[in-house]
Design a binder for this molecule. Structure first.
Ligand code: C2E
Ligand code: CA
Ligand code: CA
Ligand code: CA
Length: 276
């Protein structure tokens, strides 16, 4: 009826207004957190499957407030829309590299740091030059830095992104293709872009059916034949861990071993068991 039609309309309008004000609020918070240096960086260990030692960590940003709390999956896209992502991304890079320099001095100079990079950052002005300034400031070898780029960044066959990734690769950074197998996976990305590492998305580990195991097996054979290093993400069970070993997957991450934790807690892990 006319009545319900009108009701529906104002329902959508309210939804829209709610969504809009939520975005504005998140953007304002991001701005303030950046100004006050309030964001936190957590780290998830990456394990070598063969030796079960920690070979590196992945830096994952955390929202500083408890209420309302947002996951990076919620606020990173909003930061990308508002271009705060460049400032946020710069903060992540310098915080992670400073931390890596400390850990390399204390524990092992081969320790690796993986940093998630938004496609907006990759296309920002002088990204490579600015990154190199930070790397030199902390005197880190570019071989020990992995830049993680999601597949969605590559779907448009973006020439600028290809260009930037090539310069980064020439400088010695490792490039990881993140979330492989999640949705847009295209084999052509593997040959078009200078990729060293492929991260098998956690959604691939979820269904442990015979078919999905065969898919992971086939994929890992193909990736190995093409000389990619493989990181299996989202390892939550012993049987997934076992499969990584069976398939000779190089590295793994997941809640079975550790979630992302503050820097102090990572140090404890490094001291306890993991470096030779
Ligand atoms: P991602 O790069 O794919 O990171 C992996 C996500 O899976 C992380 O979520 C991690 O906490 C979670 N995870 C790790 N192991 C397991 C597991 O065994 N099971 C399950 N269910 N989940 C696991 P998080 O930290 O919430 O980050 C979500 C996404 O937000 C990241 O996905 C990444 O795309 C983005 N992100 C996080 N930090 C940054 C950052 O500093 N910069 C940028 N540009 N994006 C970031
Ligand atoms: Ca990642
Ligand atoms: Ca991922
Ligand atoms: Ca992801």
């Amino acid at each position: 009826s006319k009545q319900s039609g009108k009701g529906k309309n104002s329902f959508y309008k309210e939804q829209y207004q709610y969504e809009f004000s939520r975005r504005v609020e998140i953007q304002n918070n991001i701005k303030n957190y950046l100004k006050n240096d309030a964001f936190r960086l957590f780290y998830q260990p990456v394990y070598c499957v063969k030796t079960h030692k920690i070979c590196g960590v992945e830096a994952l940003i955390r929202w500083p407030d408890v209420t309302p709390f947002y996951n990076p999956d919620e606020f990173i896209p909003i930061a990308e829309e508002s271009r705060f992502i460049n400032e946020l991304g710069n903060w992540v890079i310098s915080t992670a590299l400073k931390q890596l320099a400390q850990w390399q001095n204390k524990y092992s100079d081969t320790l690796n740091m993986a940093i998630n990079i938004s496609p907006v950052q990759l296309q920002s002005e002088c990204f490579v030059e600015k990154l190199l300034v930070e790397v030199n400031k902390y005197q880190i070898n570019t071989h020990n830095i992995t830049l993680e780029v999601t597949e969605t960044a590559l779907i448009e066959d973006n020439l600028k992104i290809a260009d930037v990734l090539n310069s980064l690769s020439v400088k010695g950074f490792k490039i990881a293709l993140d979330d492989f197998g999640m949705g847009y996976s295209s084999i052509s990305h593997l040959t078009t872009y200078p990729i060293n590492i492929v991260k098998l998305d956690k959604s691939m580990q979820v269904a442990e059916s015979e078919k999905s195991i065969k898919i992971i097996e086939g994929l890992s054979l193909m990736l190995k034949a093409l000389d990619f290093e493989i990181i299996a993400e989202g390892i939550e069970t012993q049987s997934q861990h076992f499969l990584c070993k069976e398939l000779n997957i190089n590295f793994m991450q997941g809640f079975l071993f550790s979630k992302a934790i503050p820097a102090e807690n990572i140090e404890q892990l490094l001291i306890d068991c993991c470096l030779s």
